[in-house]
Design a binder for this molecule. Structure first.
Ligand SMILES: NC(=O)C1=CN([C@@H]2O[C@H](COP(=O)(O)OP(=O)(O)OC[C@H]3O[C@@H](n4cnc5c(N)ncnc54)[C@H](OP(=O)(O)O)[C@@H]3O)[C@@H](O)[C@H]2O)C=CC1
Ligand SMILES: O=C(O)CCC(=O)C(=O)O
Length: 373
């Protein structure tokens, strides 16, 4: 098992992958990027392209592995990969387009990698990649895509996971208080779908800070602020708090929907909730997962809860439509959440252990079908 302490990219390998770790540079446009193709036993690997100033090979590998587990658990005909592009996603649009187009050309030879949107990239960026190399998912609807961020594919799945997990934590969604770290593509849609199921958003953070209101936050007002390029801390009511205090806001369901390692050994003890549903990728360290289990807190692992985006991406790749994608998300995310939490309860193991067993069992079967296993 790979540990979070590993820093040497060549030390990442285990029996599953990665197959390739590729460092890409195009100095004339300032492109620096990394692609990790973890495992392609099930088919060409799908995984998002993340743009942020402080990404790393380790982050990329951990995200690629999450995709391998996610895609296998969902029974998709795709392996797992991920890419990271060093850069400020808020850079001027023409500069970003140039960087994305350069990235597309740099990954052109990596035919087993199909990129999709992730933090810092979106449907438009995938449209540029597709224009350059004819290979990307999460495309704009105008060119036949299922724009997975716009329709909230992942947020829909996170809400389904929360609904299925709620009774395991002694909760119902009606009146449940929700806290969200991150109010981007995943966070905003998760809030909206959960509100439709009767839950109330009582805390939210973006990169600048956090705001809380036990009476409930107005999701439309928060969305208007973000659309205007402002922060949730400018929300006119409620109480603003520093980002690192969000973990302790009293609630029923705490949902990370931003960067890795949001919950760690040093802050997980401050959680004041009954259920954690992992909207982000790799938002919980193994230590933190163990502590949550010891405290009796139910946590739905990332590769179970946030598979909605890649399910939509796989449906799009097969030529399917939005309605098919939404039905598949409900069936696969709901089913895997139930299976994970039932196994965890029956076998007295943590949800992470149960989910890993489910994923590796399916992945082993997939790998056994291959010639080079
Ligand atoms: N998009 C998808 O379909 C999928 C995404 N995911 C995962 O979900 C997570 C979010 O992705 P997505 O919503 O697409 O990304 P976005 O870039 O759309 O949104 C990210 C949000 O997180 C906020 N944020 C960033 N850093 C911090 C921080 N340190 N503290 C609090 N908030 C922070 C951002 O703030 P600000 O607005 O100020 O920048 C923004 O609101 C990622 O882990 C991604 O890998 C998983 C499955 C699919
Ligand atoms: O390919 C995509 O953008 C969606 C899948 C993804 O990257 C993820 O689940 O993290």
């Amino acid at each position: 098992m790979i540990t979070h302490g590993d820093r040497d990219p060549l030390a990442f390998g285990d029996d599953i992958g990665p197959e390739k770790i590729v460092f890409l540079r195009t100095p004339s446009v300032g492109l620096r990027a990394i692609v990790v193709i973890d495992n392609t036993a099930a088919g060409p690997a799908i995984g998002g392209a993340r743009m942020a100033p402080d990404v790393s090979a380790l982050e990329c590998f951990r995200l690629a592995r999450a995709m391998t587990l996610k895609n296998a658990t969902c029974g998709l005909r795709h392996g797992g990969a991920k890419s990271v592009i060093f850069g400020d996603p808020g850079m001027p649009a023409d500069q970003k387009e140039e960087l994305i187009r350069a990235f597309a050309n740099a990954i052109a030879p990596l035919e087993n990698y199909i990129p999709g949107p992730d933090m810092g990239t979106d449907e438009t960026a995938m449209g540029f990649v597709h224009d350059e190399i004819g290979r990307a998912v999460g495309l704009p609807a105008e060119i036949g895509g299922i724009p997975l961020d716009q329709i909230g594919a992942t947020g829909y799945g996170v809400a389904i996971a929360a609904e299925v997990a709620a009774p395991f934590a002694g909760l119902t969604l009606e009146g449940a208080r929700v806290v969200l770290q991150g109010f981007g593509a995943v966070g905003e849609h998760t809030a909206r779908f959960l509100e439709l199921k009767g839950a109330r958003l009582v805390g939210v953070a973006d990169i600048t800070g956090a705001v809380t209101d036990p009476e409930g936050l107005d999701i439309d007002a928060l969305a208007r602020l973000k659309k205007a390029g402002r922060s949730v801390v400018e929300y006119p009511r409620g109480r603003t708090i520093p980002n690192d205090s969000l973990v302790a806001v009293p609630c029923d369901i705490w949902i990370p929907a931003a960067r890795p390692d949001a919950l760690r050994a040093d802050n997980v003890g401050r959680l004041n909730c009954r259920l954690v549903v992992q909207g982000a990728n790799v938002p919980v360290t193994h230590d933190a997962a163990r502590v949550m289990h010891e405290r009796g807190l139910i946590s739905v692992p990332d590769f179970i809860a946030n598979a909605g985006g890649v399910i939509a991406a796989a449906v799009e790749y097969d030529g399917g439509v939005k309605a098919t994608a939404m039905a598949a998300i409900e069936e696969k995310v709901g089913g895997n959440t139930r299976l994970t939490l039932q196994h965890a309860r029956e076998r007295k193991i943590s949800p992470l252990e149960a989910a890993m067993a489910l994923a590796t069992d399916r992945l082993t079967k997939i790998m056994q079908l291959r010639r080079w296993r």
